[in-house]
Write a protein that binds this ligand. Structure first.
Ligand code: NAD
Length: 502
């Protein structure tokens, strides 16, 4: 039997010798200018979703702490330590941060698992991704070229890409470290400085990151952290006049409010929001691959992934075979605390589980069938945590809330189709447009359908596929702007055109 997360954190053993030093020392409300900020106000409990035990307490950054963080970032941006650094030197420091993350990978993964509930091997993948982001953007720091523009006679023009200044990164709880790295690494590579606001549900790896970044030599003030609730600390950060760009990852509802703040202040705002991503499976598909994609979407982070393929639009002739394939795979899957590295861990909280169960229940009331799962998983010790059975709903009507709303849990809707036109129409029948997949051995079909689906990324004949290098972001309500790949640095820079006459 595994000891509770609190016991493990308190003793430090079982977590590796270095993990205790990555944890907050006492109750802090952030890290500003390379130092912890001791909290004086009320504290927020950070819990292990596998058993509800307390992992740590964090303070809430008030207006003073947020202001100090933005000032510290502004000074670093304007000073010699970051703003005055040659781009190649910035790249070297980001590479050092990457190496530091790799050197602490085991401890960071264990921390991420305890904090989010995700299975340990998935947390290890997230940590590797975080290190890769810093490595990738380290290499770009000195390659942000502008263009020359031909003009008449002796006139000349060229463009330069310049940083905005202080970027606020407001982040969700489902993959804290990799999402931090996805936004912070390109922002820093482009010459900006940052203030990072993690979710209060899973802030521990962000605090650890800031400490490791300091140890790696990142100058004070370049990557600050403020902790606390979204409605207070997050809002104060977005509203702060020193913040020159906002990078938000989270729900449509909160993102829309943050965009309104950005609109009022006229600052650019990247939005990486939710999804209800469709996979279209044609009769000539490699069904093993389609099933693997379906199983991955259900199990990875217990379905709490923005890009999870949650609507499988399957040709009527292969739908039963697809569902049988899912059933066989799911029957053999293990469930338990993430630290034991099962196939499926708990959801982030009881509140999230309640939301998922309510949406599934509403779907069943409207006539959907739970062909697989459908309930809370509460056998034995699973009752202590927020565990949900992988659930596959059939007889789903496209208009049901369960087919339209982002559920953010291990729930998949299977909807059958007869013609290609119907499949495209079903795939596009969503307010979202984050990710999608098409499974067909016919190149023409796969390519044609990919072009007609309204999504920022379409995967062909395999999912997940791609990585740090492949641009990612939403169409429609799934967001504005792109993260990942070279494309991201365009969004963290502004273009200046210089025109002259010799
Ligand atoms: P959320 O919108 O509730 O919170 C996101 C962040 O915003 C948190 O740090 C929160 O504290 C903060 N926040 C809350 N209210 C705020 C306010 N008034 N002002 C400023 N900040 C505020 O999202 P969540 O529940 O943490 O994460 C789940 C959501 O994130 C899902 O919808 C998921 O699809 C989405 N997500 C998207 C991507 C992507 O890349 N597109 C990646 C991961 C998660």
């Amino acid at each position: 039997m595994t000891r509770s997360g609190a016991e493990q954190v308190a003793s430090g053993d079982g977590l590796g010798p270095d993990v205790a030093r990555l944890l907050p020392r006492g109750v802090i409300s952030g890290r500003v200018g390379g130092a912890d900020v001791t909290s004086t106000g009320a504290s927020i409990s950070v819990r292990n979703p596998a058993d509800g035990s307390e992992l740590a307490s964090i303070g809430a950054a008030d207006g003073t702490v947020v202001g100090n963080a933005v000032t510290s970032a502004t000074e670093a941006f304007e000073g010699a330590a970051w703003g005055g650094l040659p781009p190649s030197e910035r790249g070297r420091l980001l590479a050092a941060v990457s190496a530091k993350i790799r050197a602490s990978a085991a401890q960071l993964a264990e921390l991420e698992t305890l904090d989010t509930g995700k299975p340990l091997s998935q947390a290890r993948n997230d940590v590797t991704a975080a290190a890769r982001y810093f490595e990738f953007y380290a290499g770009i720091a000195d390659k942000l070229n502008g263009e020359t523009i031909p003009l008449a006679g002796d006139d000349f023009a060229f463009t330069v890409r310049e940083p905005y200044g202080v970027v606020a990164h407001i982040l969700p709880w489902n993959a804290p470290l990799s999402q931090l790295a996805r936004g912070v690494a390109p922002a820093l590579a482009s010459g900006n400085t940052t203030v990072i606001k993690p979710s209060a549900l899973a802030p521990l790896s962000t605090i650890a990151f800031a400490r490791l970044a300091s140890e790696a030599g990142l100058p004070d003030g370049v990557a600050n952290v403020v902790l606390g609730s979204g409605s207070e600390t997050g809002r104060l950060l977005a509203e702060h006049e020193g913040v020159r760009m906002i990078s938000f990852t989270g729900s449509v509802e909160i993102g829309s409010g943050v965009l309104a703040i950005a609109a009022k202040r006229i600052v650019p705002c990247n939005l990486e929001l939710g999804g209800k991503s469709a996979a279209v499976v044609f009769p000539d598909a490699d069904l093993e691959r389609a099933v693997a994609a379906g199983v991955y979407a259900l199990s990875r982070n217990a379905g709490q992934s923005c890009l999870a393929l949650t609507r499988f639009i399957v040709h009527r002739s292969v739908a039963e075979e697809y569902i049988e394939g899912l059933r066989r795979a799911i029957d053999g899957m293990s469930m338990g605390p993430g630290i034991e590295d099962p196939d499926i861990g708990p959801l982030i909280s009881e509140e999230q589980l309640t939301k998922v169960l309510e949406l599934v229940g509403a779907g069943l009331d409207l006539g959907a069938t739970a062909s697989i799962g459908g309930s809370r998983a509460a056998d034995g010790r699973l009752a202590q945590g927020a565990f949900m059975q992988p659930t596959v709903l059939t007889r789903v009507d496209r208009a049901m809330p369960v087919a339209q709303t982002e559920i953010f849990g291990p729930v998949q809707c299977v909807i059958e189709f007869d013609t290609e036109a119907e499949a495209i129409e079903l795939a596009n029948n969503s307010p979202y447009g984050l990710s999608a997949a098409v499974f067909s051995r016919d190149f023409g079909t796969a390519h044609r359908v990919a072009r007609r689906i309204n999504a920022g990324q379409v995967q062909l004949n395999a999912a997940p596929i791609g990585g740090i290098e492949t641009p990612f972001g939403g169409y429609r309500m799934s967001g504005i702007g792109r993260e990942k790949g070279v494309e991201a640095v365009r969004h963290y820079t502004q273009l200046k055109t210089i025109i002259g006459r010799t």
